[in-house]
Design a protein around this ligand. Structure first.
Ligand SMILES: [Zn+2]
Length: 182
């Protein structure tokens, strides 16, 4: 069974007058993240992790900020597109783990909602999505509340049907794991 891992990282500046979105959830705060899209740093890191796992570069290459099509786009739409590419290559997402580094706002009241929203978009169980939040202990630009950063890691697995097709085009009726195609 072919498994792959992917790693993603992103950082965006905070600016007054913008809405703050993390994991597709609007978080009440005096500032929001600056970017061409809605600048959802968590979803961007997650997209990069998934793109890394399937060897398809990064979010900047796939969705260039010079393209007006992506101006103010909801990043959850980008995640759905990336997930489509993952599935098209025959993989399913097993789990994702993320760390958001934000001095402010406190994210603990929103973590469950973010987890549920990402699980819904990725079509996996809630306990396969982890959202952890940390401050930066007041250090550097993150600690000065000038930016929010995020790390994400994912594991994906090739579905039996696709393994079988790639090995034996023409194919018997059971997947290599002995189960019916799924
Ligand atoms: Zn970004």
């Amino acid at each position: 069974m072919e498994s792959r891992i992917g790693l993603g990282y992103d950082i965006h500046r905070l600016q007054e007058g913008r809405k703050l979105y993390l994991g597709g959830v609007e978080i009440p705060y005096i500032k929001g993240l600056l970017g061409h899209s809605d600048a959802d740093v968590l979803i961007h890191a997650l997209c990069d992790a998934l793109l890394g796992a399937i060897g398809e570069g990064d979010i900047g290459e796939q969705f260039p900020d010079t393209d007006p099509k992506y101006h103010n786009i909801a990043s959850s739409n980008l995640l759905e597109i990336v997930l489509g590419w993952v599935r098209k290559k025959g993989f399913q997402v097993i789990n994702v783990d993320t760390i958001v580094i934000a001095q402010e706002p406190a994210l603990s009241p929103f973590k469950k909602h973010i987890q549920e929203n990402l699980a819904r978009i990725l079509k996996i169980e809630k306990d396969c999505v982890s959202v952890k939040a940390k401050t930066n202990e007041g250090l550097g630009e993150l600690g000065r509340k000038e930016a929010i950063a995020c790390y994400a890691v994912t594991l994906i697995k090739k579905e039996c049907f696709h393994i079988l097709l790639s090995r034996y085009p023409g194919s018997p009726e059971k997947g290599s794991c002995g189960q019916d195609f799924h």
